[in-house]
Design a protein around this ligand. Structure first.
Ligand code: MRU
Length: 362
């Protein structure tokens, strides 16, 4: 998508293939800074400390981490060890494990002399496929927005989204934002309610930034405002992303998603989840019991960073000295609250039989 009118992706390898370049998302929206990641340790740190984040993007980043490993040592043990270290960087989004398993499955059967070239090619394929998948999600989600627009006779379609499932969470286009960007390009009048998404504020810092650069009208709201807006007819539909979806259609996504799903159900508002099939964990049946929920540092809750009027970015403390804080980073929305999953193959029900058929056609 575009930044200041110029196309940009979230990651790209250097021409010499000696580093991966990524946007340091911790600094947005105040500074756009590109970082070079030159080895597995740097990639692991960038994923763990959320320079890059979002389920599809951490998968693609980790794939390039294996390619960087292949620059220095392509033996089975070295590749497996690199994959294990990268996989441990964040536990919840299944795309990370998915991409690493795909890299190992591609590389380990090859003779050593072919592995380096194949690693860069496979990481490149994972990145390019992510873009194509998101474009397809956008195409399949577009009619949902067009249908609301037709009903509203030219009044803007109000979409609520949570966290950042935008292009910054993927290689390009985003998952939840792909239908929004497609609709905007098609001339559908739109307005997006952007949940700020405490504690890391991916909505306020990232989604608002990218929507702004694409010229999509949007309003940032406190996380607690969504239910009120829904009660007053100000939300037409909800579209969120996901980090892991169980075989039965339970959706794990950024903390707070479940509360939006409950409010949407209570108000008869469609609740859609944009889901690349790389985020479907077919091995899991019960999302609530089985998906590992990342517990992040309490400091993300007790402190907040922002820009002062003088242009300096500073961090301040929000809570009294000594107050404990807990920081579960994801929650699980039961399948029964999900209106549909917007996938690259079409919109499907969040049900085991529908997801099994999706597997068959994937
Ligand atoms: O902790 P993050 O920022 O990596 O969490 C991201 C989310 O929860 C997104 O909503 C989800 O990954 C979908 S990304 C297309």
């Amino acid at each position: 998508m575009r930044v200041d009118g110029r196309p940009l992706r979230t990651l790209w390898p250097t021409p010499a293939r000696d580093a991966l370049q990524v946007i340091d998302q911790r600094l947005l929206p105040h500074r756009l800074q590109v970082e070079h990641l030159a080895d597995v340790a740097a990639v692991q740190r960038a994923i763990r400390d959320m320079w890059v984040r979002g389920a599809p993007l951490i998968g693609a980043t980790a794939a390039y981490g294996i390619a960087l490993q292949a620059n220095v040592d392509v033996r089975d043990g070295a590749l497996r060890d690199a994959a294990a270290r990268l996989k441990a960087a964040r536990p919840t989004a299944v795309n990370l494990a998915w991409a690493l398993e795909r890299m190992l499955a591609r590389l380990l059967p090859l003779p050593s002399r072919q592995r380096r070239e194949a690693a860069w090619a496979e990481a490149g394929s994972i990145a390019e496929e992510d873009v194509a998948v998101n474009v397809a999600i956008g195409r399949h989600g577009l009619p949902l927005l067009q249908a609301v627009a037709a009903r509203k006779c030219g009044a803007p379609v109000n979409v609520l989204t949570h966290c950042n499932a935008g292009w910054l969470a993927t290689v390009d286009w985003g998952t939840a934002t792909a239908p929004i960007y497609h609709a905007h390009a098609a001339g559908v009048p739109l307005h997006v309610w952007v949940d700020e998404t405490r504690p890391r504020n991916q909505g306020a810092s990232l989604t608002a930034w990218e929507l702004g650069h694409e010229g999509v009208p949007h309003t940032v709201i406190a996380d607690n405002a969504g239910g009120h807006l829904m009660q007053h007819g100000l939300v037409d539909l909800v579209i969120v992303g996901c980090d892991r979806v169980s075989a039965s259609g339970d959706v794990c996504n950024k903390i707070g998603t479940y509360l939006k799903a409950l409010a949407a159900r209570d108000n008869g508002i469609p609740f859609y989840v944009a889901m690349p099939t790389s985020t479907l964990d077919r091995a899991l049946r019960d999302g609530l019991a089985e998906i590992p929920i990342e517990e992040r540092s309490a400091r993300e809750v007790t402190h907040i960073a922002g820009r002062t009027a003088a242009g300096e970015v500073v961090e301040v403390q929000l809570v009294p000295d000594g107050s404990a804080a807990a920081n579960p980073a994801f929650d699980v929305t039961p399948a029964r609250l999900v209106t549909g999953l917007i996938t690259e193959h079409g919109v499907v029900a969040a049900r085991e039989d529908a997801l099994r058929r999706l597997g068959a056609s994937a």
